[in-house]
Design a protein around this ligand. Structure first.
Ligand SMILES: [Ca+2]
Ligand SMILES: [Ca+2]
Length: 178
């Protein structure tokens, strides 16, 4: 008697396999997304360390820190302009203090930016004491959400605004909250 059994997979078998794959993907994708964020946070911390070391060297050689970010120049432009280029002062030249990496003019204002690993701008402020004497330089990576969740003040450093957006922020290691 001729067998009616077909070779290969039946539609039901294929549907079962697709169903299993869909369940596996649903389980794995959020975990993979978390791994992506976690590894970028590690990269962000390493990049912050490089920037702070660069700033320390800059301050040592030029006896001052770069300017703060401003409404017209974000922190990433300050870093790109002062740490990733060779700077001439009189007959001497200094730097670069940070290997340039990828510089990109994200906001299109004609000035390159040294972006965070989350492709967001850095924030920075030159810290001074009550007598306006320079005492450090604070750089903040606003984290995966790109939101600072506060303000940067030359005397008080980072001041939370209560929004909670600061929870994922990454601060330069030289920053001491007080
Ligand atoms: Ca720009
Ligand atoms: Ca944040």
């Amino acid at each position: 008697m001729h067998s009616s059994k077909k070779s290969g997979f039946s539609l039901l078998e294929i549907l079962v396999v697709i169903g299993i794959l869909a369940v596996l993907l649903a389980i794995l994708l959020p975990a993979l997304a978390r791994v992506g964020v976690t590894s970028r946070v590690s990269v962000a911390k390493a990049q912050m360390g490089t920037i702070v070391m660069g700033l320390a060297k800059y301050q040592e050689e030029l006896r001052s820190y770069p300017p703060d970010n401003s409404p017209t120049s974000n922190g990433s432009e300050v870093i790109a302009s002062y740490l990733t280029r060779r700077i001439s002062v009189g007959s001497s030249s200094y730097g670069p203090y940070v290997q340039s990496g990828t510089l990109y003019d994200k906001d299109g204002n004609g000035h390159s930016e040294y972006l965070t690993p989350f492709t967001k701008p850095y924030y920075c402020v030159r810290l001074v004491d009550q007598k306006n004497v320079e005492r450090g330089f604070l750089v903040v990576d606003a984290g995966p959400d790109g939101k600072l969740g506060g303000t940067l003040d030359p005397v008080n450093g980072f001041v939370q605004d209560g929004s909670g957006f600061d929870k994922d922020n990454i601060y330069g290691p030289s920053y001491l909250s007080q």
